[in-house]
Design a binder for this molecule. Structure first.
Ligand code: ADP
Ligand code: MG
Length: 484
């Protein structure tokens, strides 16, 4: 966005986030809701919309939704109802989607997002429960659209934000925070690329200082965090240019094209659906009792913001490190399990943030698939802190641990990597190196002190990595700096 228009206009953004819940079965039918099965194998007559079938509420749909509601400071409706959202589409055999309309189960919450130089609270208008539709497949048959109903009836929550977001970056951070929370709560895997977390963005602009909101457009089809930020940026610019050139923003739904990096019209306000919402007659109201709420409250894990603050305050980690460690619940769990065996937060954090993350990245695996146990890792770090191994031995043992169940000390012994800090062991090695490199000795004594690195390298090589480099340096310096 050019700075001039940026000064003149302000964007107003509200996000609607759909999260697919990790319940074992569907929202209203006792059949698996697991992703990726053979098409149309996870369906019951209810999913097919057969007459006479009746929905039965999956209690975990309510429990999972309440977890998210409590974690985002929402008020909870003691009594809420389901509603039918009617529309016709081949992947919706019933002709309606069960959702909530006037009474969402959770409302009036908020979350905090942290930007580079400020912290901001974003209001959450409502969180409601609904079921997903099936999937139309257009690219497997040249003449027909195929329909897979495995997803029909999969439980979803929709989290609707207040129009409190002002920049594409804030939208990005908001979405990341939502994902972090649902992942911490283990109610959604948060995978945008696979569609288990989806986001629609409502965007408008207004001259700075103006109170009233401008006309908004709704952006769909942004299947990655980067695309959400890009699409909103594109849309703000488009609206500013339009208004600056005398045009007017029309309320419409736009599809983001991730290849062309632009939005195009999907439907205008006139074509907007009239969903003819009405109360779902086949399901009783959802009653949330005080004891159910207490029960769920007691199941909540420590949430990411709190955990981050504890890592900074009590474990003295710096903010950047604490943020990366707590970004993913299981990485933070791994770190804390390692701490049980060795109370050295900083040292453990360093190794996780460098070596461990590098391996996860190289192999594209998650921390749960990482083969070094927290106990093994602590054992390795202990050897280093106690000066029993040097840095290069640490690296070697780390690589071995990936393939081994043994502990670091045993491996260090087997690989003959226990550091020898005995001057009797190093003396003959140093003698030999100085004798066979007279030129380097001469140049060093004439002032080319950088050659120290060469000598230490030789000592490490000759000692097969077992020398303590600090001690080697002292001994070599003592020899070379003495006037013989
Ligand atoms: P709908 O029922 O059409 O989805 P809502 O009133 O529920 O409309 O709003 C949907 C989202 O749009 C919410 O996240 C809300 O914050 C946001 N929103 C509402 N008005 C505006 C506006 N003028 N500009 C940007 N976002 C808006
Ligand atoms: Mg909407």
């Amino acid at each position: 966005m050019s700075t001039i228009s940026n000064e003149k206009y302000e964007a107003v953004i509200g996000l609607e986030v759909h999260a697919q819940l990790l319940t074992k079965s569907k929202a209203f039918a006792a059949v698996s809701s697991e992703y990726g099965g053979a098409p149309n194998r996870q369906v019951t007559p209810l999913c097919l919309g057969h007459p006479g079938t009746l929905p039965v509420l999956n209690q975990n749909l309510v429990r999972y939704t309440l977890k998210v509601g409590l974690a985002t400071g929402c008020k909870i409706s003691e009594k809420s109802i389901f509603a039918r959202k009617n529309y016709f589409y081949p992947d919706l055999p019933k002709g309606y989607q069960i959702s909530q309309y006037e009474t969402p189960i959770c409302y009036n919450g908020c979350i905090q997002i942290e930007l580079e130089d400020y912290v901001k609270t974003i209001g959450i208008t409502r969180i409601h429960m609904e079921e997903d539709a099936g999937k139309s497949i257009h690219d497997q048959d040249p003449y027909h659209t195929l329909v897979d109903l495995n997803r029909a009836g999969t439980p979803l929550i929709e989290i609707v934000s207040e129009p409190d977001i002002r920049t594409p970056r804030e939208a990005y951070e908001y979405l990341k925070k939502i994902r972090q929370i649902v992942q911490y709560l283990e109610v959604c895997d948060g995978n945008m690329e696979e569609g288990s977390l989806r986001c629609d963005a409502n965007v408008s602009i207004r001259p700075r200082g103006q109170k009233e909101f401008g006309t908004r457009t709704e952006l769909k089809n942004m299947n990655s965090f980067r695309n959400v930020e890009r699409a909103i940026t594109f849309e703000i610019e488009r609206q500013i240019e339009l208004v600056e050139s005398g045009g007017e923003v029309v309320q419409q739904t736009l599809l983001w094209d991730p290849n062309k990096l632009e939005t195009r019209q999907m439907r205008s306000k006139e074509e907007a659906h009239d969903y003819r919402y009405f109360p779902e007659p086949d399901l009783p109201p959802i009653i949330v009792t005080e004891s159910l709420l207490e029960d769920i409250q007691s199941e909540l894990p420590e949430l990411p913001d709190k955990r981050f603050q504890r890592f900074v305050d009590e474990l003295s980690l710096n903010k950047d490190d604490a943020e990366i460690l707590t970004d993913n619940r299981y990485l933070a769990d791994y770190f804390e399990e390692a701490l049980v065996f060795l109370d050295e937060p900083k040292a453990i954090s360093n190794v996780i943030l460098t070596e461990v993350l590098r391996v996860l990245n190289d192999k594209s695996i998650s921390i749960n698939e990482f083969s070094i146990t927290p106990k093994q890792l602590s054992g390795l770090i202990r050897l280093k802190l106690e000066d029993k191994i040097n840095s290069s031995a640490m690296q070697t043992i780390f690589n071995e641990l990936i393939r081994s169940d043994k502990d670091a000390l045993d491996l260090a012994g087997e690989l003959n990597l226990i550091q020898v800090s005995d001057s009797g062991f190093l003396e003959p090695i140093i003698d030999e190196i100085l004798e066979s490199n007279p030129d380097e000795v001469k140049r060093y004594r004439e002032g080319k002190k950088a050659l120290m690195g060469f000598f230490i390298g030789q000592v490490m090589k000759q000692s097969k990595g077992k020398a303590n480099p600090k001690q080697a340096r002292e001994m070599v310096a003592a020899r070379l700096d003495s006037t013989e």
